[in-house]
Design a binder for this molecule. Structure first.
Ligand SMILES: [Zn+2]
Length: 148
């Protein structure tokens, strides 16, 4: 349970989750997911706007977390738990109970996480890593834009 404690200290707020994802995806400056140009921050809500095509977006746009109202803290926790289940992953009931969300939301999250398309060997490897290292890998894959 040491791991779980460290998890909650690391991602203590929603902002901490956003900071971390932004540092993974945009180590330099926020990049427009539509045209690839540099964007600037709008004043509120951690939303960015592309100076070129004018698209507004957030760190979630085009990632595993796109179009979801589930908090990033819950998403991170789901990804943190994922490698522990190794082969089949948690059931939607297990995940719903663990994250205190509806089974429908849990089902949606599992479907999305399935889009990470982890190969069986990857799952085995992730389950051998420390929970935090495995989470870092999964988060990195989660923000690489490839969904749509
Ligand atoms: Zn753009």
């Amino acid at each position: 349970m040491q791991d779980m404690l460290a998890f909650h200290q690391r991602f203590v707020t929603e902002d901490a989750c956003i900071d971390y994802l932004e540092s993974l995806r945009w180590p330099d400056k926020p990049i427009c997911p539509r045209c690839g140009k540099t964007a600037y921050a709008l004043r509120s809500r951690r939303i960015y706007k592309c100076g070129s095509c004018l698209k507004q977006f957030s760190i979630r746009t085009g990632t595993l977390f796109d179009s979801s109202r589930i908090s990033l803290q819950k998403w991170f926790l789901a990804l943190f738990l994922l490698p522990k289940y190794r082969r089949d992953g948690p059931s939607s009931v297990q995940l719903a109970n663990r994250l205190d969300i509806t089974q429908k939301s849990a089902w949606f999250m599992l479907k999305r996480m399935g889009e990470l398309d982890l190969k069986p060997q990857q799952k085995v490897r992730l389950s051998t890593l420390s929970s935090h290292t495995a989470l870092d890998e999964l988060l990195y894959q989660s923000v690489m834009p490839k969904l749509k």
